[in-house]
Write a protein that binds this ligand. Structure first.
Ligand SMILES: Cc1cc2nc3c(=O)[nH]c(=O)nc-3n(C[C@H](O)[C@H](O)[C@H](O)COP(=O)(O)OP(=O)(O)OC[C@H]3O[C@@H](n4cnc5c(N)ncnc54)[C@H](O)[C@@H]3O)c2cc1C
Length: 486
């Protein structure tokens, strides 16, 4: 199936828990649905699966929530699933609805899918903070190490250090240890038990935390709070890291340093929602509980742009359960809007049995109310999580003048400081003077650090394209648009 010239009632970008749930609800209600994803398999990050050959023997191996995944995947019910489709732009289509521009397959064939409605379920990416040596081979994001393992059966290293902040460090460390890596330590820059008070009120989460605790203990992995990896070292590749004891603002205490040998450092400071498409479409972007950017939606997951919906991590980082639930709510709203009935009644879009909302509930309105109540609960927990693991300003004290801030353009911290001394008072001016964010990744990796160094809260992306695209494809799109206009 290619992406050319089809028109759908709903186009979903992103086949993670949010996108799959929404697409399934809409398809089962009889809408024509297309689901686009840049990956080779459906599932997104949480449901990332091994390639087919590996899965044949033990399909659930290293897979989180396998039965839930199967239910979502098999519930797509006639939707067109367009894998290996990288969406680089979305906007109003000349004849109404939305045009979603993508590059398909290895040969990157340019194509456009149009739909009356559009759901953005593009998830999040790892938040990265620079520190001396972070550009050495062997230093990778925590999400990257997890993705290598779950999606390719590759254990990132023999001796691994896991560091950063947030509860995601725990599954990463336990999966690596279970897969045979020696995990030399988990270093949490915030407090070790930051979330404990809130987790205790959610028995499911408390059990999950205990399971991780048991996993670490079984593999004798030390888990230390108030510690940060402040430098990575090696001659051409990583050989060891410096771990510092840090205060509440993440400033290292004098003398509180230790050296830990490792060939891989998996480092993660939480996640940042992937907002390029939402920003391109003009959706309002608000602040999540930690001040980071997230798409603003109403309680039915509609953005401020009529016909555009958002679900999952794009509306704020909150984990796979919340993402799936938001997808369900968004799918029901799409169906209601398509049929012209009030959202929340979700005619014909009743969740499947097994979701906990199915056959026992007779009235559609009651289903809607239950879903919304559950979303409020999960969102409350997600907010508490974001507040429990904030990024503290002390990370800037780890930087040296020669620490690269932008790896694509090789901009060291010293040049950012010079730009500030010359009067650049915001991230945009620093970018214009010193060039961080001007390279291949267009600030996806360094943008947040540059904003923080400018003293700003990280804002929505200002990238005109969501993915790298050839100039020829851009020009071809311009020609198509002017043909349509004439
Ligand atoms: C690298 C990484 C690994 C993670 N691993 C775990 C884990 O092991 N356990 C856990 O609990 N949580 C994990 N998370 C957190 C995870 O993001 C959420 O819990 C959950 O998967 C969110 O669901 P979602 O549907 O919002 O987004 P996702 O599951 O992230 O799905 C979004 C999908 O959108 C696609 N996409 C994005 N942009 C485009 C585009 N421009 N064109 C086409 N397709 C696009 C992506 O390929 C992806 O499949 C991970 C996050 C990251 C970033």
């Amino acid at each position: 199936m290619t992406a050319d010239a089809a028109t759908y009632d709903l186009v979903v970008v992103g086949a993670g828990p949010a996108g799959l749930a929404a697409a399934g609800v809409a398809a089962r209600a009889g809408l024509r649905v297309a689901v686009l994803d840049s990956g080779a398999r459906v599932g997104g990050q949480y449901f990332r699966a091994l390639p087919d050959g590996f899965r044949a023997a033990r399909p659930w191996a290293l897979h989180h929530g396998f039965s839930r995944f199967v239910r979502l995947r098999d519930g797509l019910d006639g939707a067109d699933v367009l894998l290996n489709h990288r969406v680089w732009a979305a906007g109003p289509a000349p004849g109404g609805g939305f045009a979603v521009h993508c590059l398909a397959g290895r040969e990157e064939r340019a194509g456009t899918v149009t739909g009356a409605r559009l759901l953005i379920a593009t998830g999040a990416h790892d938040r990265v903070l620079p520190f001396p040596g972070w550009d050495l081979p062997g230093v990778m994001t925590a999400g990257g190490a997890q993705a290598l393992l779950k999606g390719n059966l590759v254990v990132a290293g023999r001796r691994v250090v896991v560091a950063g902040t947030g509860p995601f460090l725990l599954p990463v460390a336990t999966s690596l240890a279970a897969a045979g890596a020696k995990v030399a330590g988990v270093f949490e820059a915030g407090g070790r038990f930051a979330l404990a008070p809130r987790a205790l009120t959610r028995p499911g989460k408390a059990a999950e935390a205990l399971a991780y605790g048991w996993g670490l203990a079984r593999h004798r992995v030390p888990y230390k709070g108030g510690r940060a990896v402040v430098a990575a070292h090696g001659d051409g590749e990583l050989t060891h890291v410096t771990v510092a004891r840090v205060d509440a603002e993440w400033r290292p205490y004098r003398g509180g340093h230790e050296t830990v040998e490792c060939d891989v450092l998996a480092v993660g400071y939480g996640f940042t929602p992937q907002l390029d498409l939402a920003a391109q479409l003009g959706c309002a972007i608000g602040a999540d509980a930690a001040g980071g950017p997230a798409v603003r939606v109403d309680r039915h997951m509609r953005t401020g742009v009529p016909g555009v919906y958002a679900a999952g991590e794009t509306t704020g980082v909150g984990g796979a359960d919340l993402a799936e639930l938001e997808g369900l709510i968004a799918g029901r709203a799409v169906v209601a809007d398509a049929l012209g009935v009030p959202a929340g009644t979700g005619v014909g879009a009743r969740p499947e049995p097994g979701t906990g909302f199915g056959p026992g509930i007779r009235s559609e309105a009651r289903v809607g109310a239950r879903l919304e109540a559950r979303r409020r609960r999960l969102t409350g927990f997600a907010r508490a999580l974001l507040r429990a693991y904030p990024v503290k300003d002390g990370w800037t004290s780890w930087l040296r003048d020669d620490t690269l801030i932008c790896r694509c353009e090789e901009v060291p911290y010293g040049r950012v400081k010079e730009a500030r001394d010359l009067g650049a008072a915001d991230a945009r001016s620093i970018k214009l003077l010193a060039r961080p964010g001007m390279g291949w990744c267009q600030g996806r990796i360094c943008g947040e650090a540059v904003a923080r160094l400018a003293g700003e809260e990280p804002g929505p992306p200002r990238r005109p394209v969501a993915q790298p695209v050839r100039l020829g494809d851009l020009a071809a799109m311009d020609e198509r648009t002017s043909d349509d206009d004439s």
